[in-house]
Design a protein around this ligand. Sequence first.
Ligand code: FES
Length: 157
Amino acid sequence: MSGIETWSAARASEIIAGQQHLDGATLPILHALQHAFGYVDPQAVHLIADALNLSKAEVFGTISFYHDFRSKPAGRHVLKLCRAEACQAMGAVALHQHCRTRHGIDWHDTTPDGELTLEPVFCLGLCATAPAALLDDKPLARLTTGKIDAQIEGLSR
Ligand code: FES
């Protein structure tokens, strides 16, 4: 992941100020913060709440409702595994368990070496080729444990 800035409350406030005039500004602000920093730092919650005259609970509720928002930095590579029905029907649960065991991490965690983050997604529109995933935004289809292991081992380190 390149072009990611180190978290800074001052920079976050600039980003928020640039978006707060929009209708329904919470989501554009959250996307802009995640684009800039790679995640939405928990300190951003009160900055957004103050700027938009919302409660911290409202802002936190929006962040937690959408699975795309991270509350901590991701690893160098991000594997998003589809947990929705078509993928489950094609063996995704066992595949996910394999990935979690093999890398010793749970959902939203990053390996201790900072290489891989595991995230859930809920339908990638690849249902016909389930089970599916995204590895650094590259679609992967008809996954097996061997196929996914090879993809991860083939990542540049
Ligand atoms: S259910 Fe997994 S891609 Fe649609």
